[in-house]
Design a binder for this molecule. Structure first.
Ligand code: NAD
Length: 287
């Protein structure tokens, strides 16, 4: 096993989050996920990002167990889903997540979307944090106005905000706001979710050629230069390794300016302010 990839960013409460993690969204097949997690641990990943709604927390627990690393070495993130928002229900959902992950604490727990009752959920997360059941708390898909809302209610500030980010959608305004407020920027969809033609862009191909890196590695390095945490997803061992080999080169400020020309304002995921979607996904399915 190689040296763990522990280059990290310190959250405002002093907790260190490894800059690189493995995202496991859409990994629905148990064996595939277990193998991906084992491959990731083998090349040094220690940080894993899941969510209740991904339906794979138990598989992740199995993959981590089979990889043989200890709980203290891991950095585990999960998220509370929209229909579990509200003070009491969030606490129940948190315990269920712990049970599925077979652990008695999380490293990071996030509110997945700013759906109705997010402020009540945030109060539950603050209590879980103060009780020592989670080492850090944050949000996901929060816009400036959601963050301002928590601030205006004089509630503890999130330590992290996980948001869609890639060169076509750099979220510059939110990025600057978070920087000013000491909230770490975590990028989801860091490679454009495989829905983009970024990999064929001459700017990226040119930099890939210059540094002897792949387009994916150039994009991931762009995130790191901006001070973001990245959680690229792949089930292929070769890509999992490729995505980890981004700590041995850097982009110059001129090259970052070139990359900035790729901003087209294209969002591939949902709009965090799509109220109809937030309402629909807040309805608990009957089963
Ligand atoms: P991503 O940008 O990581 O893209 C993943 C896709 O990129 C893969 O399916 C594959 O097709 C391709 N890919 C991966 N490595 C590659 C490589 N080296 N070369 C070429 N192609 C490569 O998108 P994502 O999975 O949506 O986002 C990453 C993680 O972020 C997720 O797994 C999940 O943990 C998290 N996420 C969070 C939210 C949220 O609302 N908080 C939403 C989506 C994803």
């Amino acid at each position: 096993m190689v040296k763990p990839l522990t280059e990290s960013i310190t959250l405002y409460n002093g907790v260190e989050i490894p800059k690189l993690g493995l995202g496991v969204f859409l990994m629905k097949d148990e064996e595939e996920l277990v193998e991906a997690v084992k491959a990731a641990v083998e090349v040094g990943y220690r940080h894993f990002d899941t969510a209740k709604i991904y339906g794979n927390e138990e598989y992740l627990a199995r993959g981590l167990k089979e990889s043989g690393i200890s709980r203290e070495e891991m950095f585990l993130t999960s998220k509370v889903w929209n229909y579990d928002l509200g003070y009491e229900q969030t606490k129940i959902a948190f315990q269920e997540t712990l049970d599925r992950l077979d652990t008695d604490y999380l490293d990071l727990y996030l509110i997945h979307w700013a759906a109705p009752k997010y402020a009540e959920s945030w109060k539950a997360l603050i209590e879980l944090y103060e009780e020592g059941r989670v080492r850090a708390i944050g949000v996901s898909n929060f816009q400036i106005h959601h963050l301002e809302d928590l601030k205006n209610q004089e509630l503890m500030q999130p330590m992290i905000n996980q948001i869609e980010t890639h060169p076509e959608f750099p979220q510059n305004e939110l990025h600057e706001y978070m920087k000013e407020n000491g909230i770490v920027h975590e990028a989801w969809g860091p490679l454009g979710q495989g829905k983009t033609d970024l990999f064929q862009q001459p700017v990226i191909l040119g930099l890939a050629d210059k540094y002897g890196k792949t387009p994916a590695q150039i994009i991931l390095r762009w995130h790191l230069e901006r001070g973001e945490v990245i959680i690229p997803k792949s089930v292929r061992a070769s890509r999992i390794q490729e995505n980890s080999e981004v700590f041995d080169f850097s982009l110059t400020s001129n090259e970052m300016e070139l990359m900035a020309t790729l901003n087209t304002g294209t969002r591939y995921g949902s709009d965090p302010d799509d109220q109809e979607r937030l309402k629909q996904t807040s309805i608990r399915p009957e089963n």
